[in-house]
Design a protein. Structure first.
Length: 334
């Protein structure tokens, strides 16, 4: 993952405000100072030249420039941390709680969707039975020259057939929702477990790294052009929080979309809003899914296949990472 620049982080906003304040103060001093008296006094003039020389040296020398910027970032991070949670370990802990809450909501949503699909399937079967009965009655009416009865029953069968076509399309979309929700539920369980493991292991590791690579050690590394181990570790942790944030966001957006879709369905009258269907179809066309990965395409194909019949009576899988399998975030520290 491409790391965020300092200015795009919360501490960067603080740093920008402080930088504007510093520049404003410098501008105010530059205007308000009695330059005529300063330039007339040799000692004052020497002091001004010395200050300008230091500033020019700091700007031109890359080691000094990096050191000053490092110190500035550290101070801004400390100030920001007083008001905003920027510790990646703390952020990951909050995501664990959020994931657990979302998993409970998703489990409930899956159960509600399954109930709707059972009702819809029953409606489709009853319509097929009615179609068959009306066609039989239309056939008998034709044989007995009861033209009005034949037309009435034929039209009734036609309307039910059109209705079933729409209901079967709706059922297929519900099947997509069901398959995706259950797979997201499985993957989110593993994601939650991986985050817990990372928090447990990396919290102690972070304390050890911060203790052995203090501010002075990191500053010397910056001066010497060596990699700052503490900064690299924190960057890896921040990348994890960014990845988790994206996956949790995708999970919540899909849950909201599926909830809106289900609310738009009126099984009693066999109708649904086109907007909900269009939102789902738009999601299907999107190229990637962080939570599903390559499984997204497989799930869509399974929903379209007549051979892969969905078992609605199967329990919602409770999935855990297999023993010995690698944590998905271990590679962030390679």
């Amino acid at each position: 993952m491409k790391p965020k620049s300092f200015w795009k982080r919360p501490e960067g906003v603080t740093g920008l405000l402080f930088l504007m304040a510093i520049l404003g103060a410098v501008g105010f001093l530059a205007v308000s100072l009695p330059w005529a008296a300063i330039l007339a006094n040799t000692l004052y003039l020497a002091g001004v030249v010395a200050v300008l020389g230091i500033i020019v040296y700091m700007v031109l020398d890359p080691k000094v420039r990096n050191l000053v910027f490092y110190m500035y970032k550290s101070v801004m991070r400390a100030i920001t941390g007083m008001f905003v949670q920027i510790d990646p370990i703390g952020i990951l802990k909050s995501y664990v709680d959020e994931l657990q809450n979302n998993l409970r909501k998703m489990n409930k949503q899956i159960s509600q969707l399954r109930a709707q699909m059972h009702k819809l399937k029953e409606l489709i079967v009853n319509n097929e039975r009615e179609i068959s009965n009306n066609l039989k009655l239309a056939g008998r009416a034709k044989d007995t020259n009861k033209r009005n009865v034949m037309i009435l029953k034929s039209r009734r069968a036609g309307r039910l057939k059109d209705s079933n076509m729409r209901l079967e399309t709706l059922y297929q979309k519900m099947e997509v929702l069901y398959r995706v929700l259950t797979k997201m539920y499985e993957n989110s369980q593993i994601l939650s477990e991986d985050i817990k493991d990372q928090v447990m292991v990396k919290e102690q590791e972070r304390k050890a790294i911060h203790a052995s690579h203090g501010a002075m050690t990191s500053a010397m590394s910056v001066i010497n052009g060596d990699p700052d181990q503490r900064a690299m570790f924190d960057m890896a942790m921040e990348n994890i929080t960014e990845d988790v944030a994206s996956k949790v966001g995708e999970m919540e957006r899909f849950m909201e979309m599926s909830s809106n879709f289900m609310d738009s369905v009126d099984l009693q009258n066999g109708v649904f809003e086109e907007e909900g269907m269009e939102m789902l179809e738009q999601w299907e066309k999107e190229s990637t899914s962080l939570l599903l990965g390559e499984e997204k395409g497989t799930l869509l194909l399974q929903a379209e296949s007549n051979n892969d019949v969905l078992d609605l009576d199967a329990p919602v899988p409770e999935r855990a990472r297999q023993s010995g399998s690698k944590n998905q975030y271990d590679s962030f520290f390679d």
